[in-house]
Design a protein around this ligand. Structure first.
Ligand SMILES: Cc1ncc(COP(=O)(O)O)c(C=O)c1O
Length: 392
């Protein structure tokens, strides 16, 4: 078979770390091991019934069998605006300030291509969600790292970034509750961010994928709750985690109208909008009863408590995440994150993600997803205790 060479643009794309992790874990599963897979971020619960039911009804409606309007249905944009009003008390114009997305990832990869020319500067957190790098590369932008350090509660310290790079920056990615660290943002931090962004004309993209998941009674704050935020940026919201709809591929961007129209323009050229049935179900999710979301948040909090209490009882000094569904755990001294993750997989059949997969500053940590039952998390603790690495 003739092999066609791929484009330079494709060749330059970053390696997809999680594809290699899946392969590695698959080898152990194929050998018959009972692997507890906490390496990825795939919600393990089902989509709430009322949302599925809406999809079933909508799928039977011939009106949904046609092309959807290019920029999505008006009712879904209205539902997104209503959601921001009721959850965050933020006013959104559904016509100009909402773009419908095929999941958050699509928006995050599209925005650098919408706003940056080759060589333009973008500020990206390290550690951070690896798919940010895909958008940066496709836009042929120059990435400047914003270190997220434990001593600063995994918030970037803008004083640490050289002033000339801040001046050059056109775009900034942030993400709270944070993947991978489980940190949450403060009101003061977002205020600082708006100030910096308006001083230097930086567009802020706040990735709010884990917006529904804040622990210890703290609801995560939306970036758009900050005065002036809409002037300087957008927030990316996804239904993947809030309603266990990762497979459905639906989300939206809200905020600055110039960014929203840029996203819509690019999308007009890439796709027609989502299947109408998915849009109806998404609107139902956003405007229907929200007790399923509160329950889900409690479920992850209980799992967090089981894992963190259990690991601490082994003598492992771990920090409890404040949000998201990940725990970010320091690896024992003398091991790299990859070595430790390999030991856990090989000796305990527990898959976790080595921190280095999220950037250089992720070295020294592993990310553990709270994506299995409390019983299985207790089993994780039992298996780790048998390794004899920690002393209680
Ligand atoms: C930080 C972060 N942002 C965005 C996404 C994208 O989610 P989706 O494309 O399913 O909306 C994820 C998914 O894991 C994530 O962890």
């Amino acid at each position: 078979m003739k092999q066609f060479p791929t484009s330079q643009r494709l060749n330059n794309l970053p390696k997809q770390f999680f594809a290699s992790l899946v392969k590695k874990v698959g080898k152990y599963i194929d050998q018959g091991y009972d692997v507890i897979n906490l390496g990825q971020g795939n919600p393990d619960q089902a989509t709430p019934e009322h949302i599925v039911k809406k999809m079933q009804e909508a799928a039977a409606n011939p009106a949904n069998h046609k092309y959807s309007p290019f920029q999505g249905h008006r009712y879904l944009k209205q539902a997104a605006a209503d959601y921001y009003q009721s959850e965050y008390n933020v006013k959104i114009d559904p016509e100009k300030e909402v773009a419908i997305l095929f999941g958050g990832k699509a928006g995050l990869v599209e925005i650098p291509q919408c706003l940056l020319n080759p060589g333009d500067t973008i500020l990206v957190p390290d550690p951070g969600y690896p798919d940010y790098l895909s958008g940066v590369e496709l836009a042929q932008a120059e990435m400047v790292i914003m270190p997220l350090r434990e001593q600063n509660n995994f918030l970037p310290d803008y004083n640490e970034i050289p002033a000339e790079l801040i001046k050059k920056a056109k775009l900034m990615f942030l993400n709270y509750p944070n993947n991978p660290t489980g940190a949450i943002a403060t009101k003061e931090f977002f205020e600082k961010t708006v100030k910096l962004a308006s001083q230097h004309d930086i567009c802020v993209v706040h990735d709010f994928a884990y917006g529904a998941l804040g622990f210890d009674g703290n609801q995560a704050i939306s970036f758009l709750q900050t005065k002036g935020a809409k002037e300087v940026g957008v927030e990316i919201y996804t239904l993947s985690k809030t309603y266990n709809m990762a497979g459905w591929r639906v989300g939206f961007a809200v905020g600055n109208s110039s960014v929203i129209s840029a996203i819509e323009l690019l999308q007009d050229h890439l796709y027609c909008s989502l299947f109408g049935g998915i849009q109806e179900a998404a609107a139902e999710a956003l405007t229907g009863p929200q007790d399923c979301v509160r329950e889900l948040n409690k479920l992850y909090e209980r799992r967090r408590n089981v894992l963190i209490t259990g690991l601490r009882s082994l003598g492992w000094n771990v920090t409890a995440p404040k949000g998201s569904f990940f725990a970010w755990l320091k690896v024992p001294e003398g091991l790299t994150s990859t070595e430790f993750a390999d030991i856990l997989l090989d000796k305990a059949h527990i898959a976790v993600a080595p921190g280095v997969a999220f950037g250089e500053l992720g070295e020294g940590y592993v990310r553990v997803g709270l994506l299995t039952s409390e019983d299985r998390l207790n089993e994780v603790v039992r298996r780790i205790s048998k390794l004899g690495i920690f002393k209680s």
